[in-house]
Design a protein around this ligand. Sequence first.
Ligand code: CAA
Length: 262
Amino acid sequence: MTYEMILTSTQGPDSRKVGIVTLNRPKQLNALNDQLMDELASALKAFDADESIGCIILTGSEKAFAAGADIGAMAQYGFADVYGKDYITRNWEQIRDIRKPVIAAVSGFALGGGCELTMMCDFIIAADNAKFGQPEIKLGIIPGAGGTQRLPRAVGKSKAMDLALTGRMMDANEAERAGLVSRVVPLDKLMDEALGAALMICSYGQLAVMAAKESINRAFESGLSDGVMFERRLFHALFATSDQKEGMDAFVNKRKPAFTHR
Ligand code: CAA
């Protein structure tokens, strides 16, 4: 598939690379329309299926990760379009099916659907100019891509209510204090930091990486006992992998492990 609204590239050694997807509608501050989201889902799935890719980074421009769903497109839509034809958000949840880690490297605005997209990623590294918010209330709507569900899980009820009801933005430091963001770095270090994290993830056994992601995501879908049991079974399953033997043998023998992702 050729892409018009995103760019894709890879970084790192051929055997174990990082796949990078860059949202690329700069004039519209990366406003998210159906074509862009189709392209994004397709690119993420292609990286997920590529055995040489160990981790994925999703990023935007300096000014905007994404300023939300495309308001110009949405302004034309009625109920029959959004409910009947499932316009705007029809393929967003596909991002949840990606089994390799997806890091959001966020600079500038991450608003509305842009903020929701960052929250679908596995963790967020923010530049110090990043701004997060759910301003849909100002448009007479509410978040429609999981914002009312993922934001309170990330930052708690009070701040989620504050952001969704006032429509205000929070800066990167507030987002880090609130737990939405895992690290804040100077803007010119954003991609280096994200790549460093991604390459570190690439250096580990893929099966354990996927199991850790799956198990943490389960914490948001289940009660504690079910979640702990789910984790326990994945933990047990990893003892059937070569990478568990390799990782533990390497530790015991004080050498670097050579994971084969089997
Ligand atoms: N959709 C479409 N176009 C957008 C856009 C959006 N969400 N956000 C910005 N743009 C466009 C602007 O219309 C403008 O285009 P023109 O140059 O053709 O006029 C261009 O991007 C630059 O924007 P501004 O001139 O407004 O830039 P600014 O620096 O003054 O302000 C901003 C930046 C604060 C992000 C402002 O653009 C803004 O408030 N954007 C809308 C944010 C928003 O409401 N997002 C939520 C959308 S609803 C949603 O996402 C629903 C959902 O949950 C799925």
